[in-house]
Design a protein around this ligand. Sequence first.
Ligand SMILES: Cc1cc2nc3c(=O)[nH]c(=O)nc-3n(C[C@H](O)[C@H](O)[C@H](O)COP(=O)(O)OP(=O)(O)OC[C@H]3O[C@@H](n4cnc5c(N)ncnc54)[C@H](O)[C@@H]3O)c2cc1C
Ligand code: SF4
Length: 813
Amino acid sequence: MVEAQERRHLVLIGNGMAGINTVEQILKLAPGIYRITVFGSEPYPNYNRIQLSYVLEKSKAVEDIILNDRDWYLENGIELYTATTVTHIDTEQKTVKADNGMEVPYDTLIIATGSNPFILPVPGADKEGIVGFRDIADCENMLHAADQYKKAAVIGGGLLGLEAAKGLLKLGMDVTVVHLFEEIMERQLDHTASLMLQAELESQGLKFATGKHTEEFLGDKRVSGIRFSDGTTLDAEFVVMAVGIRPNIALAKESGIAVNKGILVNDYMRTSVPDVYAVGECNEHRGITYGLVAPLFEQGAVLAKHLCGVDTKPYEGSVVSTQLKISGVDVFSAGEFMDAEGLSIVRMHDDWRRIYKKVLLRGGRIVGGVLIGDGKESSRLQQWIRTGTIMTEAIHDAIVGLASVETGNTAAELADEEIVCGCNGVTKKHIMDAINEKGLTTVEEIKVATSASRSCGGCRPVVEQILQYVLGDKYDSAAAKQEAICSCTTLSRDEVVTAIKEKGLITSKEVRYALEWDNPEGCSKCRPALNYYLGMIWPAEHVDEKDSRFVNERMHANIQKDGTFGVVPRMYGGVTTPEDLRLIADIAVKYNVKLVKVTGGQRLDLLGVKKEDLPKIWKDLGMPSGYAYAKALRTVKTCVGSQFCRFGTKDSMGMGIKLEKKFERLDMPAKFKLAVNGCPRNCAESSTKDIGIVGNEGAWEIYVGGNGGIKARLAELLCKVRTDEELLEIVSAFMQYYRETGKYLERTSDWIERMGLESVTEAVVSDLDNRRALAERMEVALAQVKEPWSEILNNSNLRERMFDEISVSTKPN
Ligand SMILES: Cc1cc2nc3c(=O)[nH]c(=O)nc-3n(C[C@H](O)[C@H](O)[C@H](O)COP(=O)(O)OP(=O)(O)OC[C@H]3O[C@@H](n4cnc5c(N)ncnc54)[C@H](O)[C@@H]3O)c2cc1C
Ligand code: SF4
């Protein structure tokens, strides 16, 4: 170990993704050769900027996206100055000066100042309510705006703009994406792909104003709208500018370091000044500035080796790929994507499944590709583009083969050198070696050891498949060593469920005591989960612990943001009668409900009901609860089918009603949706349901694992059956298998990815004995369900307790 005073002093300006990634590599290659000081303008330790969209849509908190917490800096002897901006570099004296007056000498300096969002230089751009989307502060601004305002505009229909728009939409804002060109993401997608993406986003609620040139922001102090060059205007109380980024070069420029668009660097990231390097979005390499992490991490790897005296190839540039997150549709694009002379195109376009795949070949070699709606092959496609692989029958099949036949463990088919994690450049071999050499058994461990899935997280399912592939039979026992279900215990879901069965534990209290929970009371994460697992394992014996349930489930109504409730009566298969409709209307008037909404699940939501009116409304309605609030079967959406439709080959309404009546009220790991269609025209949208049933040529096709939410996923074909009896048995077995093996709050879309469609098919279709056993256990569980509204109405103790005790919380469930 080199003595501290002998160590060269490395100063890093910019505590962001590229800079800290370089420092991590240096610490791995030659720990201790540098004394390291880091300056960062933001008040946070290093965080995952890519995942800001998740913070915006509130699926993650700021703490969840911290990559290196303050302890990491301490443990590695790094001096960290957050909320401190370097204002000057003296390249002669080799010192940096910060805005708090600090002056620090350096031997080696890395500039990693990233980019700034580009703000359109048009009149009014400095008004209040106009922000960029770059950091946590911007996210907080947006979250705050969503609480106060309704109408938002996002200028820029690229990756960042769409993610921002989707986030604001999720926060309840009315969002219009304004784009200069007629087609969104025109730098990554061709005409067809762009239109498909726009249509998908429109169906999710986004509005678009394309071909619009922003000329002025309207309003006094605060923005109130946008005027375009064609004279039209758009109302907007809040504007996000996502029209591009500009490398942050001001500091380098004023310090006399050569810049163009970015800070000019050679193939080892050296700037025009000795001992000064620049890495990340702030630099310009061979005329290119990058805006995605994968190339920046490649640059960092070369720079780290160079600074540690390790032989390295020069950095020669990167092929970038784009993957859109949170939009609810898979979008991938890499390399060339537009039709052009000299290119041959392999194309697959499936309107029903909303899938588009295009691979571009030059001289038979893969030079680009676009995937919409099914991004399973994105890692491999990227690798093929990177290596200029020649198209083969197998590749052709893998890419444009029908999604329904693409099942199984794709990890087995990946070549060792194929890159699995595009952001961090981690290959399959790297992951397999780490699993074998370090005895890794979970994705989290792989993430720590190799960085795979650490950045955008898109490769997580493939990493999991590799784990499964390497561990083979041992995978099951490994699965037991998964994440703890919450911070009250170190035990995973599987360990807890096994212990409940083996030790015969019946109540949550017993579980927490017998399994030595750190917190004897449990927490908001484990309490509802334990209640579910106990009910699933001991349907007859376990007494539902109502206090452990989320507030919506305790109240049997959906709490709204103003503290009132939404009441949704059951409407089996989306079918009602004039009498019931009249009754609902009368009750809506009687209780002065604020809004009657036809839901996506084909029923009526009475919104704005006061808490004290809930039991009265239930009584007056005299209808069963629609369970619109529960981790249970929500609805069975049906088309009119053969009863009325001239295309209908099957009685979808009849079957939908039968299914809804059979499985209503049953607790599931997460909310559960079904749809039944009379023919493949699929009017009731089976492809985004947990179970989607489609009548086809006298038979029923059963699709599973669909999801139309944040992480959209198209359902996959489980099997095709001839008779209604078979259909009911398989649906029953599928639901019970999911109940028995799903983690609490895990949707079937994630569950299928985790379990693999093949193993689910084996358990609920092929293995007849198992299928019957599952269906029988389902009957036992169904025998216990009770109608909750009437149960509360008939039980005065329960009614008093519920309506006296429950305080309103606006936390999302
Ligand atoms: C919302 C969003 C989504 C994204 N999604 C993706 C994605 O899906 N895939 C992908 O590959 N990339 C994505 N990116 C881009 C990716 O985050 C960037 O490419 C990456 O963060 C750039 O790293 P960097 O270190 O160069 O810059 P940054 O991460 O921006 O770090 C630069 C840091 O330097 C600080 N700084 C600047 N000047 C000074 C100074 N003078 N003194 C001290 N500190 C200073 C800044 O405050 C900042 O913290 C996304 C970006 C955003 C904003
Ligand atoms: S899915 Fe087929 S049967 Fe059902 S309404 Fe549409 S066209 Fe008619």
